[in-house]
Design a protein around this ligand. Structure first.
Ligand code: 5GP
Length: 179
């Protein structure tokens, strides 16, 4: 285990089980629909690549990037779009894929923005959920697993752009970001 990690909270094995379970549900729910998977960069990349391989349907994939924590462990609450999708959403059933649902502000901002572009529907898949931290009303249709209110990294999630490539999700030692 990486020595900056306090504790592993979602193992590689559990991540594989989560992506398989959600992929199966999504395959059932989106059968016959025109599926567009929209990954929210950068945190969702590992989740999206694993999840999408369990979705046994034709689909398009696009990406959007919102402002990040920028080297902080607390969100500024100000959301801005750094990179927009390239797809025309008309007629598409959109599946937004996010790493973690925290205050909910990022997903709400993106959901509201894409809703105005004439999609057939928009659903949300979030790998992790911190329900204790929610500040806005947003409903995720697919959730991998609830996590405690701690700063977590790995499997796409970063601190200051590091740790994304850890194959598990772990709680970062406080001494790393309180230095
Ligand atoms: P929200 O807008 O829901 O407050 O925050 C969503 C974004 O904040 C996530 O996409 C993620 O980038 C970041 N975030 C929230 N909690 C954590 C966390 O525990 N660890 C990391 N690495 N990022 C987090």
């Amino acid at each position: 285990m990486n020595t900056d990690i306090e504790k592993i909270i979602v193992t590689e094995n559990e991540l594989a089980q989560i992506t398989a379970r959600l992929g199966k549900q999504i395959t059932n729910d989106f059968a016959g629909k025109k599926l567009l998977i929209v990954g929210i960069l950068k945190g969702s990349i590992y989740f999206l690549t694993d999840l999408s391989r369990h979705i046994e349907l034709p689909c398009n994939i696009d990406f959007i990037q919102a402002s990040s924590y920028g080297g902080n462990t607390v969100s500024s609450g100000e959301i801005s779009i750094i990179k927009d999708i390239q797809s025309d959403l008309t007629g598409f059933d959109v599946l937004l894929v996010e790493d973690i649902l925290d205050t909910g502000r990022t997903l709400k901002h993106i959901y509201d923005m894409l809703s105005e572009r004439n999609p057939q529907s928009i659903s949300i898949a979030a790998l992790l959920d911190k329900p204790a931290r929610r500040e806005v009303k947003i409903h995720a249709d697919y959730i991998g697993i609830d996590v405690p209110d701690a700063f977590v990294v790995g499997y796409g999630l970063d601190y200051n752009q590091f740790y994304r490539n850890l194959p598990y999700i772990g709680i970062l030692k406080e001494e790393i970001y309180k230095k």
